[in-house]
Design a binder for this molecule. Structure first.
Ligand code: OOG
Ligand code: MG
Length: 261
């Protein structure tokens, strides 16, 4: 029997999000916490949010860029669940008072037209299942003090999921060379970072192949109609009240938001 209180930790992290209060990482007092237990806590956290009346709208992949994987010294990306309350419209407002210490990153996202299930998913299955491609910005807001976490901690914390600013232009995937698309992240009209679709495991469909396999291990699947974020292409940058933040992706267009109190 492990002494890890899965439900207690899920409540602890959910309370941290609701109270906008950063907490110490779980592995500080529980260094034996495993990745599997991290996902168990995440699953319990999802249950709490479902009971609170929120709906899962998709998933996000995280740590899919070489830079982030090297920094974290890991070989495998992680995933988290996205909820309806996290979605922000293009050119909308991001309310700072609802968050702890948010950072923004540019990502390519997909709206799925078909379910994707099982361990044997291949690139072509993902391509076939994508209905639309769109530019998004993810707001990561780790509930841990100073984003200080180990892998099982961040997984338990729903992989830092906080908000998603959805692009308003939906592009069909056919004919797009997604890995070659240039991406810029600007704050107050100044380009702060850039990259290309290849930053995420070489091609944005690769994280989705991986997500399908990882979900299958827990008896879950990617659902038709869901939104899937393929992972930060740019660095995650801190933002402050008054900032106007935008991401432009070749072929896919622009998405922006304003940070308010
Ligand atoms: C974990 C989430 C990382 C991404 O796109 O790589 C992530 C974190 O760094 O807080 O969302
Ligand atoms: Mg991300």
């Amino acid at each position: 029997m492990s002494g890890i209180d899965i439900k207690g930790f899920a409540e602890f992290l959910n309370d941290a999000e609701l109270n906008k209060k950063e907490v110490f990482r779980l592995t500080l007092e529980n260094p034996e916490l495993t990745m599997e237990q991290g996902y168990d806590i995440q699953q319990e956290l999802i249950q709490i949010k479902l009971q609170d009346g929120y709906k899962v709208v998709g998933q996000k992949m995280g740590l899919t860029s070489d830079a982030k994987m090297k920094q974290m010294k890991i070989d495998n990306p992680i995933y988290g669940h996205l909820f309806d309350y996290m979605m922000v419209d293009d050119r909308g407002k991001l309310s700072m008072k609802e968050l702890i210490h948010p950072k923004v990153e540019s990502e390519i996202a997909f709206i799925m037209g078909k379910d994707l299930e099982g361990p044997n998913v291949e690139d072509k299955d993902v391509l076939d299942a994508i209905e639309y491609v769109l530019p998004v910005m993810e707001i990561v807001d780790s509930r841990y003090e100073n984003f200080n976490f180990k892998l099982p901690d961040v997984v338990a914390d729903n992989s830092s999921s906080s908000r998603v600013i959805m692009g308003s232009k939906f592009t069909k995937p056919q004919g797009l060379e997604m890995e070659l698309l240039g991406v810029t992240l600007s704050i107050n009209n100044e380009i702060c970072d850039l990259g290309s679709g290849a930053a995420v495991l070489g091609h944005p469909i690769k994280p989705v192949v991986m997500l399908a396999k990882m979900l299958a291990e827990r008896g879950q699947k990617i659902q038709a109609g869901s939104i899937i974020l393929t992972g930060g292409i740019t660095k995650a940058l801190p933002i402050k009240v008054g900032d106007i933040v935008s991401t432009r992706i070749e072929e896919l267009g622009e998405v922006s938001f304003t940070v308010v109190e």
